[in-house]
Ligand binder design. Structure first.
Ligand code: C5P
Length: 217
């Protein structure tokens, strides 16, 4: 009898490059559990903005230990202020260590109905899932990413200009790429997918072809 394989997909990308969209498509197609790891940092980023006095590593630890996945769907996590707050706290090693456990358990012990997991973030290919079966680095030009994020904010009725979005993404890119712990980088064993000129469908077709080729062997 053929042994059932456990599929792990690791994806890294700068903000608004389309990694979330592709991760969801991959998860749906291959029946994998999807974790948007940025949402965990956003969750902590929001805690920081709302609990200025009690905010500490112990406070974060307690909150993450009892974090339920559905809490990551909170619409308040989608604002630009929360995103910036997330990238500020994400620089700290202690915070990254706390988040690490949560990510590992989602990646390797997803609910039984799934055939594996897909995680996207900044340090997934380089730190979290170094031995993942598939590794992708998804990117797009700064302007394309800012336009996409601006449209998402408009759809959510957020008051923010295109220029503010562009500046904020640029700031986060710098913070995420230059920090000491878990910086955003393309690992040598990750496959580069540039979504600047690709539709969502064309991008997924490319990823699916790569995955199917390996899964058939
Ligand atoms: O992916 P998203 O833009 O929602 O992530 C918000 C912030 O969380 C990022 O700018 C980054 O600073 C942080 N993050 C991280 N490591 C991850 C995922 C997100 O440091 N694996």
């Amino acid at each position: 009898m053929k042994k059932k394989i456990f599929i792990t997909v690791a994806i890294d990308s700068p903000a608004a490059a389309g990694a979330g969209t592709q991760s969801k498509l991959i998860a749906k197609h291959y029946n994998l559990f999807y974790l948007d790891t940025g949402k965990i940092y956003r969750y902590i980023g929001l805690l920081r903005l709302k609990n200025k006095k009690s905010f500490s590593f112990n406070f974060i630890k307690t909150k993450i230990n009892k974090l339920k996945i559905h809490k990551l769907n909170n619409k308040n996590l989608l604002s630009d202020d929360v995103a910036v707050s997330a990238s500020i706290i994400a620089k700290q090693k202690q915070v990254r260590n706390i988040v690490h456990q949560f990510q590992q358990s989602c990646a390797y012990n997803p609910p039984k109905k799934y055939f594996g997991s897909v995680l996207d973030g900044r340090d997934i290919t380089s730190v979290q899932l170094r031995k993942a079966m598939f590794k992708f680095f998804i990117t797009a030009s700064l302007e394309t990413r800012a336009k996409r994020r601006f449209k998402e904010y408009k759809d959510l009725n957020k008051e923010i200009s295109y220029l503010e979005v562009l500046k904020s993404i640029k700031k986060r890119d710098k913070l995420d790429r230059t920090r000491k712990y878990g910086p955003l980088k393309k690992t040598r064993d990750s496959i580069l997918i540039n979504t600047t000129k690709l539709s969502k469908k064309a991008c997924f077709k490319k990823i699916k072809a790569i995955m199917d080729r390996k899964l058939k062997n």
